[in-house]
Design a protein around this ligand. Structure first.
Ligand SMILES: [Zn+2]
Length: 489
């Protein structure tokens, strides 16, 4: 960011809640049906049709709100948000306004700026406020005909899908903080299975409110809202673009206007969509067809008790408990099953460092090559732990272990079984190694002479020869020691 300026960023995230049916009717929420198949009088907004709230949607909203430390209001009110849009058949959206489902949350997450190559440079724990999370229905979708620009179509399959809108405080100062926060939200919601978090399919969408002010000034500048950012990368780039645009505008004597802008991913620019509405433009009023939403404390306490350890908390624990780097812990907690797997392997092996290395390099690579995820790995966490133990107690060398691993991945056999079958037990017996060392020296008189006349770098050559002669089974440390004593004798 340009010297002397500060950005103020607030984020609104719309998360589609996983439910079988829509929020106020029994229509399916399945994705990819024929247009307008999943509709009924309620979600088409036909006169006389009445909404009935879906309990599962409230359940998921409760889990999500608790996971990000929001306080759930025992009573909240649904309101009509009035606006006209072709994909909104009722002419209003049922949302929540002055008495939302949940409020007053905050989260503590690791965030870092990135270098030119997009690599994190300095992870820091930072706290961000969450103003509220309320329940609402989604609108349908306008589909613009690419072949004929005079035509647009409306698909109402999505109309009435349950959403949780999570509104943050304007607590973010850089685009990467925003990126890390939305990443955190997405992972958290996926972990507790309340939202698929697929931004491309639109079941997690993000709007960013961006303004700038001279550094040190308290008063906020005028903000622009960038709507419908459907990838984390676009979110980050759009915010950076918008910050630069506003600073340049003000420095040139211009003024930022309050408006809604869209990100154009091809041109890497934001552009004006419409002037921004204020809340009073929507003429909110309480939804007369729905009673106040009352949730019992017992229900919410039960949800709280069912919450697993969440990914960000688990990541921070991995860093403390296993001394992993923030990046390593991030990857290992990316999927619940992967984090479970790592912990079990680490415990079995009694060596978390080695377990992390094996999972992060060998295992993830093999899984990727095989295009499967951890749940389908033939190597159990216990087996990987046993393999690490075999290295640590010097039964096999690290080099042999990599071959054993490949075999385990293909066959699912236990490492002990493979080691036994193939006779891979490491040779640590000194006299056996001494014998091979003498043979190797005897077979390479020229190199031996050169070594003796000062070319000690040839040690590596001899080590390699001895290891090779034992089929990789000689303990490298023992080989080194014995060779040295023989060569230097
Ligand atoms: Zn319906």
């Amino acid at each position: 960011m340009k010297e002397g300026w500060e950005a103020v960023i607030g984020l609104e995230v719309h998360a589609q809640l996983n439910t079988d049916s829509k929020i106020f009717c029994a229509c399916s929420t399945s994705f990819g049906e024929e247009p307008n198949q999943n509709t009924c009088p309620v979600c088409l907004g036909l006169p006389g049709a009445l909404p009935v709230l879906n309990r599962q949607a409230v359940n998921n909203a409760g889990k999500a709100a608790l996971a990000i430390n929001l306080k759930i209001n025992p009573e909240s009110i649904f309101s009509r948000k009035n606006y006209f849009y072709p994909d909104l058949p009722k002419g209003y959206q049922i949302s929540q306004f002055d008495r939302p489902f949940s409020e007053h949350g905050q989260v503590e997450i690791l965030t870092s700026e990135r270098d030119e190559g997009g690599r994190p440079v300095d992870w820091q724990l930072r706290r961000f406020g969450i103003t509220r999370a309320h329940i609402e229905e989604d609108a349908g979708k306008s589909v613009h005909d690419i072949g004929d620009p005079t035509k647009s179509h409306v698909n109402l399959n999505r109309a009435g899908t349950p959403l949780l809108e999570i509104v943050s405080e304007p607590d973010f100062r850089t685009s990467w903080e925003a990126y890390d926060y939305v990443t955190f939200l997405r992972r958290t919601l996926q972990y507790i299975d309340v939202c698929d978090g697929n931004m491309e399919e639109g079941n997690l969408r993000c709007d960013a409110n961006v303004s700038v002010r001279p550094a040190g000034r308290e008063k906020f500048g005028t903000r622009a809202e960038i709507k419908n950012l459907n990838s984390l990368r676009f979110l980050q780039k759009a915010i950076d673009y918008e910050i630069d645009r506003q600073i340049a505008l003000i420095e040139a004597g211009g003024e930022v206007v309050q408006e809604t802008r869209l990100w154009n991913e091809k041109e890497n620019k934001t552009y004006t969509m419409r002037s921004k509405e204020d809340a009073h433009d929507y003429r909110y009023f309480p939804e007369p067809d729905l009673p106040p939403l009352e949730v019992s404390q017992a229900w919410m306490e039960q949800l709280r008790a069912e919450l697993p350890e969440l990914p960000e908390a688990r990541r921070q624990r991995f860093i403390r408990q296993y001394e992993l780097s923030p990046d390593e812990a991030f990857t290992l907690t990316g999927q619940r099953e992967l984090a479970d797997y790592f912990e079990e392997a680490a415990t079995t092996a009694g060596n978390p460092r080695a377990a992390a290395n094996w999972v992060l390099s060998e295992l993830l690579r093999e899984l990727k090559n095989a295009s499967i995820d951890i749940t389908r790995s033939k190597i159990s966490a216990g087996s990987l732990g046993s393999l690490i133990k075999l290295i640590d107690d010097q039964t096999i060398s690290g080099k042999i272990a990599k071959d054993v691993f490949v075999d385990m991945f293909a066959t699912g056999k236990a490492p002990e079984e493979i080691v036994k079958e193939k006779g891979l037990v490491q040779i640590t017996d000194t006299s056996a190694i001494e014998k091979v060392v003498d043979e190797v020296i005897g077979a390479n008189p020229k190199q031996f002479e050169q070594y003796r006349s000062g070319k000690t770098a040839l040690l590596g050559f001899f080590v390699g020869q001895v290891i090779k002669a034992t089929g990789g089974k000689a303990n490298p440390q023992a080989v080194n020691e014995i060779l040295k004593s023989r060569l230097d004798a």
